[in-house]
Design a protein around this ligand. Structure first.
Ligand code: RB5
Length: 148
């Protein structure tokens, strides 16, 4: 499993905490920036992470900005990416079970590192359920193709 990781300045500290957690767990990741807390625009970083997921280089991603919202709006523009902003455990579990979320978006100005790492753990450890939910994900792919 290769994870794609990215952030802007608002999510930089959180990204560092997440990378330390991934290293602790022996999970491989590719860091798409940014490299420090200097102010940067989030859309190109979201795009790089999203494309790496869409083209199969990475299986899933995690994006951090101030709220997680700008990253999610940007990442969801790329076909095949299902990005979700999460702030609490239940939604994090359900976006894996039901939406097969492949890009978790977190807010460094919203979550404590402890809370965020709990959500990362849930995101990594919860499987997609498939079944009736696949029909709905197929419909999302239809929207991407302009068929819906
Ligand atoms: C940057 O100040 C902030 O707008 C960004 O990190 C993010 O929260 C956007 O959604």
């Amino acid at each position: 499993t290769m994870l794609a990781i990215g952030c802007d300045h608002g999510g930089f500290q959180l990204k560092k905490a997440i990378e330390a957690y991934l290293e602790e767990r022996g999970i491989e990741y590719k860091d798409f920036g940014c490299p420090d807390e200097t102010s940067v625009d989030y859309p190109p970083i979201a795009a790089a992470v999203a494309h790496s997921i869409a083209n199969g280089e990475c299986e899933r991603g995690i994006l951090c900005c101030g709220t997680g919202i700008g990253m999610s709006i940007s990442a969801n523009k790329v076909d095949g990416v299902r990005a979700a902003v999460c702030t609490e455990p239940y939604s994090t579990e359900m976006t894996r079970r039901h939406n097969n979320c492949n890009c978790l978006c977190l807010g460094g100005r919203v979550l404590s590192p402890e809370k965020a790492l709990e959500l990362v753990r849930i995101y990594l450890d919860t499987p997609y359920e498939g079944g009736r939910h696949q029909r709905r994900l197929d419909m999302i792919a239809q929207i991407e193709r302009g068929e819906l």
